[in-house]
Design a binder for this molecule. Sequence first.
Ligand code: TYD
Length: 144
Amino acid sequence: MITLLMNQQPFYLLQWKPHQDQRGSLIALDAQDSLPFTVARIYYLYGLSPKQPRGFHAHKQLQQVAVCLQGRCRFLLESGQQQQEIWLTSPDQGLYLGPGVWREMHDFSPDCLLLVMADRSYDPDDYLNSREAFKAWQAGEKLA
Ligand code: TYD
C-alpha cells in the first residue's frame, strides 16, 4: 500500500498495485496491508448522474475508503482549515475519509460505479447532515 498524501491526514489517497498480465488486471485488497481499517460494511453507488451530486455530510466516527471501480467522479472535501478537490478516475486508487470530513460528490460520469468500504455498520446518528451541525461538531472537537 502506498499513500499518496500523508496518512495522518483526515483524508488521503491510497494507491494499489494491480496484478497485470495479458488477460487484464486484478487488484486484491487484503486486510493485512491494503486498507487502514477492518471493513465492516460495503456499499456501492451506480446509475448516477452528473446533475445529481450526493454526500453533503460528514461523519463523527466513521472511516471509509471510496473506490471508483468504473468511470469518474469529483470529491469536494473539507476538514478543519483544509479544503480539497479530488477526482477519482481509476480503480487502483482509494480515497480514505476519516471522521470529521465534509464530503460532496459531484460530476459523476454516467458509467460511474463507486464502491465504498466502511469500518462500521450504518448508523444515522453518526451523520452530520448540515453545514451548521458540521461546524458545531468541529468547534466542539477543538474544545475537547
Ligand atoms: P445517503 O446517505 O443519502 O447517500 P449519499 O451519502 O451518497 O448521498 O443514502 C441513501 C439512502 O441509503 C438513505 O436512505 C440511507 C440508505 N443507506 C443505508 O441504508 N445503508 C447504508 O450503508 C448507506 C450508506 C445508506
